[in-house]
Design a protein around this ligand. Structure first.
Ligand SMILES: Nc1ncnc2c1ncn2[C@@H]1O[C@H](COP(=O)(O)OP(=O)(O)OP(=O)(O)O)[C@@H](O)[C@H]1O
Ligand SMILES: [Mg+2]
Length: 307
């Protein structure tokens, strides 16, 4: 060392650079070796080590926050769903109650009229089917509420879309909203997390439901749900409603977390930002075309799974 100039051997500087590059490439757990010299180069190495450890810590904190935001979005969707859950369960329950009543009368009056075993069998079969439906709804809600990491596996896209109908179909029917699925190709395969994708579709359907109710009240409206192959590598899902549509100012902000035009307690404003996050985690994108007073169309693009 002479004056304010410092000299280091090239191999040491190369080793340091190589280590920093590994860290920059994402290997934050890597630590640079400190030499017994404890000179300026070691001081730099030490500072980089500290920075990498700090980054690693911040990253894990961020992951925890992200998980809890995703979870709170899920809870928002779940709150939405559970308020309508009574309706979803009410329909099969009404059918079951009706059949039980019918079968009871039949048995009670067996002295006057012989028991119609065929009717008995149909009754039990209908009851069984509706109990299964209630089980499916409840099981589904429990599965949906469980926090899980994104697990991507090949899945049939239309199956995912249809599953999301289980949780909202009855609510839509009660609001006179026609659900019009055009799920052309039953073999469409995506690579993704079925429950998360379902959460996205459910968010878009509840938004469409609200927009239709806002525009037409109890008169209702319609939601078209389409899925198709867009190209060799991409699939497309479209969800289009004839609700109130958005002004350009609203449209610009819909993907911002906590942006909502709904009354306090009605919307958290997380639905679309969470949905966008999920789709981006899948390597896809969400677009929206809308016109105030006409309706909105959301388009989801997802990578296709080719077996
Ligand atoms: N299909 C739609 N038609 C009209 N406006 C929509 C539609 N989808 C979303 N928006 C607008 O975007 C805003 C943000 O939607 P987002 O789903 O993120 O939150 P939210 O529905 O208000 O609340 P949350 O989803 O948490 O219950 C909505 O408040 C609404 O103004
Ligand atoms: Mg919403």
């Amino acid at each position: 060392m002479s004056g304010d100039r410092i000299y280091f051997s090239k191999p040491r500087v190369d080793r340091l650079l190589y280590s920093i590059e590994r860290m920059a490439g994402g290997e934050l757990q890597h630590q640079i070796e400190i030499s017994p010299k404890r000179d300026e180069l070691d001081a730099v190495a030490h500072a980089v080590n500290v920075m990498a450890r700090e980054l690693l810590y911040r990253l894990s904190e961020l992951e925890k926050i992200q998980a809890s935001v995703v979870q709170s979005g899920k809870l928002a969707a779940l709150g939405e769903v559970s308020s309508g859950l009574a309706h979803e369960l009410n329909n099969p329950l009404t059918v079951i109650t009706g059949y039980v009543e019918h079968l009871r009368t039949m048995v009670q009056e067996r002295a006057r009229a012989p028991v119609d075993f065929e009717a008995l069998e149909t009754g039990f079969e209908k009851i069984g089917r509706n109990v299964d439906r209630m089980n499916a709804i409840i099981g589904h809600i429990m599965e949906f509420a469980r926090q899980s990491n994104l697990t991507r596996r090949p899945l049939l896209l239309n199956g995912v879309i249809e599953k999301s109908f289980i949780l909202i179909g009855e609510q839509l029917r009660l609001k006179n909203i026609q659900l019009k699925p055009q799920l052309s190709d039953a073999t469409l395969m995506a690579l993704g997390d079925g429950l998360r994708l379902e959460q996205v579709i459910l968010n878009l359907l509840t938004n469409a439901r609200d927009a239709i109710f806002e525009a037409h009240g109890d008169k209702g409206g319609k939601i078209d749900v389409r899925s198709r192959i867009l190209s060799d590598t991409q699939l497309e899902i479209e969800i289009e409603d004839n609700g109130n549509g958005m002004t350009p100012e609203v449209r610009e902000r819909i993907f911002n977390p906590f942006f909502t035009t709904k009354d306090v307690g009605q919307g958290t404003g997380l639905g679309l930002s969470i949905s966008l996050g999920i789709i981006q985690d899948h390597g896809g994108s969400i677009g929206c075309e809308t016109e105030r007073g006409k309706g909105s169309r959301f388009t989801i693009l997802l990578p296709r799974f080719l077996s």
